[in-house]
Write a protein that binds this ligand. Structure first.
Ligand code: AHZ
Length: 307
């Protein structure tokens, strides 16, 4: 039956027989090499349904989220980690434009593997369980990818967090407030490949996620970066951007962590996106401010939910 190709689509996954509900151990596999190895049978539609059914359920579940985090770089992922740990009751959607989450945190700087964090950001590494070498005023993780992959694996393990990657935020949902301003009330999303081709493809309208709180961590200005704060200017909610300044590690990291806040009602901004609002310096290849801006963004978010 598994090989049959029905002329009409009569195949129903619910009636497809479960061949073998047993799971294997690696020790049992060794035995199978000796006695004829085959994978369990599958029909292609089962693979398709296993993926699409879950994705559409997630789209349904997270259409009303408690928090949307825009951008899964080092700051966005640190924010998600803190929120996932402390509030398993909140539904948190992460929207990441790239196929691969992690932003600029897969290398420490240029092509170099090691990631530097100035103290006291080592507290975040200790909590996460990422080992480091102590160099006095700063610590070094042997590979930035160890930090990012550990953080990502913890974030993805939280049952109340869903990462929608290859998906871009193209706009913010707004609601009028009593004083004539606006409150951010969610995000407008599209498949990133569509977002990148609005100019040369016919219109494909976007999708939406409602949420009382959006945390934007889309990085400094670039093809995708600083998305939400640039939109705040064009919707006249902030007059103009300060613009990221030149590199100064000492001032930059303090400014980003201290400045992480609710910039307009319903929108917290963290990480390097904030440098564009406040006219803060960049810090280059030191990542402590990204982790601690994430910790601060999560604390600011929890204040909103405790109000
Ligand atoms: O793909 C982007 C990246 O993964 C994603 N992103 C941007 N715009 C988006 C949009 N919708 C969805 N409209 C979007 N996703 O946001 C992520 C930003 O990650 P990042 O690593 O660029 O930012 P960060 O603030 O988390 O970390 C900055 C790291 C830097 S930059 C820097 C310097 O230039 O001096 N120094 C440090 C430590």
């Amino acid at each position: 039956a598994i090989d049959s190709v029905p002329l009409k689509s009569t195949f129903d996954v619910k009636t497809f027989p479960v061949q073998n509900g047993k799971t294997n151990t690696l020790a049992e596999l060794a035995d199978k090499w000796e006695h004829g190895f085959t994978f369990a049978p599958i029909r292609e539609s089962q693979v398709s349904r296993a993926m699409t059914r879950r994705y559409f359920k997630d789209l349904d579940t997270y259409a009303e989220s408690d928090i949307v985090i825009v951008g899964a770089g080092s700051c966005g992922l640190s924010t998600a980690y803190m929120l996932g740990k402390s509030r398993p009751d909140l539904k948190i959607a992460i929207i990441e434009a790239s196929v691969s989450p992690g932003g600029g945190a897969w290398l420490g700087g240029q092509l170099f593997s090691a990631m530097v964090m100035r103290k006291p950001a080592e507290a975040f590494l200790t909590d996460l369980g990422v080992p480091f070498e102590d160099e006095g005023d700063f610590v070094v993780v042997k590979h930035a990818a160890l930090f990012t992959s550990t953080l990502l694996s913890k974030v993805l393990s939280f049952p109340n967090i869903k990462l929608f990657n290859a998906t871009a935020v193209e706009d913010l949902i707004t609601r009028p407030t009593a004083n004539g301003g606006v409150r951010i009330a969610g995000v407008v999303t599209n498949w990133t490949l569509v977002t990148m081709h609005h100019d040369d493809q016919s219109c494909m309208d976007p999708n939406t996620i409602n949420a009382p709180l959006v945390i934007s961590t889309t990085g400094h200005d670039g093809p995708f970066g600083a998305f939400s704060v640039k939109r705040l200017v064009s919707m006249q909610q902030i007059e103009k951007l300060g613009g990221m300044r030149g590199l100064d590690m000492n001032t930059a990291e303090d400014a980003i962590v201290k400045g992480t806040r609710e910039v307009v009602p319903g929108l917290i901004v963290g990480g390097m996106e904030l440098s564009e609002v406040d006219g803060a310096n960049r810090m280059g290849p030191t990542f402590g401010a990204m982790a601690l801006s994430g910790v601060k963004a999560a604390e600011e978010a929890l204040k909103v939910f405790e109000e």
